[in-house]
Design a protein around this ligand. Structure first.
Ligand SMILES: Nc1ncnc2c1ncn2[C@@H]1O[C@H](COP(=O)(O)OP(=O)(O)O)[C@@H](O)[C@H]1O
Length: 391
């Protein structure tokens, strides 16, 4: 194939730049917002979206049956992540909001807030400056599939959804011990979490609706609606057992909300395999290359091929081979660059082994823009397992 008919070569730096600066995700979120809000003039809207730069703030929903610990975990996460907690109580109690006032009226009359009003309240709150800047955690909302659909239509999309699970019998018993501090709104428990200070102990209140009958009724309602809610969040949902100490539940929740989801961005794996002689690098590289369609590059093999090429460089490399000397780094890097820049490596990605062998070589490789984006591990056994999760 001559140069005129050869496929256009995408310089390796282009996809690397996109990956490093999350360009795909940025454009995707802007496109989503454009399609949801359909502004009359899209340009200022896009500029404002870019200036807002809040794609990475927490946007979390915590769901679960009564007494599973939603509010407890949501409060702890809020403190840890310095974000805003949104509960039914805080939304309904909002001052200077006509929507909240209407919701309160409806609640007083019918003991129920219509779905549309509740979601309107959520929307109003999420648009406020602190939620835009520092993110939010929604505690126990949405409660019905209808609410989920309304939120989706309004573009109110969480990044992480946690659902807490525990057997009904545990929850019914646990709810009986729930106590609330009316001053701080902190939640305590007569058995599992009793405050040390006598002053706090004395002012704790027993919340309404925690009797066995009430909790059983709420559980029934929850089980009916949750199966219609969860399918709406297939890729961002994490179920955590709430039948374990609060601290354990919290750390599992925290770990989850701190992971970023795999994006839809086109991704080219660049894998580096390091390990001592005989550790099985070649075999693992061949397996990885086969499984993920990567170009398998063995540095030693590449140099031998370069010799066979009969190019100018081949004589030079051959002379080092003849003298049984190691080939200097700058020559190896030239050969490597030529190979890694070829279209198959740029498009399919690569798995490299046999180079770098020391820190200097690693720095040189990185300074030429060939940083691996997966892993550099000495133990090929671990690598082959981890690849399942990450590629
Ligand atoms: N993992 C847990 N183990 C024991 N008690 C818990 C646990 N999580 C929460 N609690 C206690 O259970 C009660 C209900 O917790 P809460 O956070 O109000 O649940 P929810 O918001 O899901 O109704 C509280 O008294 C709380 O201290």
């Amino acid at each position: 194939m001559d140069a005129t008919s050869a496929p256009h070569r995408i310089p390796a730096e282009m996809p690397q730049y996109g990956e490093a600066n999350h360009i795909f995700e940025l454009m995707q979120s802007m496109l989503e917002q454009l399609l949801i809000h359909q502004p009359q003039d899209p340009i200022p809207f896009m500029i404002e979206h870019l200036h807002r730069d809040n794609d990475h703030v927490p946007k979390i929903i915590i769901l679960g049956p009564p007494a599973s610990g939603k509010t407890t975990i949501a409060m702890w996460l809020c403190k840890h992540l310095n974000t805003n907690l949104l509960t039914r109580g805080t939304l309904l109690g909002k001052e200077f909001s006509s929507v909240a006032e209407e919701a309160r009226k409806q609640y007083q009359r019918f003991k129920k807030v219509p779905d549309s009003l509740l979601i309107q309240l959520v929307q109003e709150r999420l648009m406020e400056e602190d939620c835009v800047r520092r993110g939010w955690i929604l505690d126990g909302i949405p409660q019905t599939r209808e609410q989920v659909l309304m939120m989706q239509t309004l573009g109110l999309a969480p990044r992480h959804v946690i659902v807490l699970n525990a057997p009904d019998s545990v929850l019914i018993e646990r709810n009986l011990g729930k106590r609330i501090d009316p001053v701080t709104r902190e939640i305590y428990h007569t058995t599992f979490d009793w405050p040390r200070e006598a002053e706090v102990q004395n002012r704790l209140l027993e919340p309404e609706g925690i009797s066995e009958v009430e909790t059983a009724r709420k559980l029934l309602e929850y089980h009916r609606s949750i199966i219609r809610i969860l399918p709406s969040y297939p890729r961002i949902l994490k179920a955590i057992s709430a039948d374990q100490p609060c601290v354990d539940v919290f750390y599992q929740a925290l770990t989850y909300v701190q992971t970023s989801h795999r994006s839809n961005a086109p991704f080219t794996p660049r894998v580096l395999l390091c390990g001592p002689m005989g550790s099985g690098k070649s075999l693992q590289a061949a397996l990885l290359a086969q499984k993920y369609g990567l170009v398998n590059i063995c540095c030693g093999q590449l140099l031998r091929e370069a010799v066979e090429d009969q190019s100018k460089l081949s004589e030079l490399i051959q002379s080092f081979f003849d003298k049984e000397m190691t080939v200097p780094d700058d020559i190896i890097l030239k050969v490597l660059k030529g190979r890694l820049d070829r279209p198959d490596c740029v498009h399919k990605g690569w798995v490299l082994h046999g180079f770098p062998r020391d820190l200097d070589q690693a720095h040189m490789l990185a300074s030429m823009g060939y940083s691996p984006n997966r892993m550099t591990l000495a133990l090929n056994i671990i690598l082959s397992v981890s690849m399942e999760d990450s590629v």
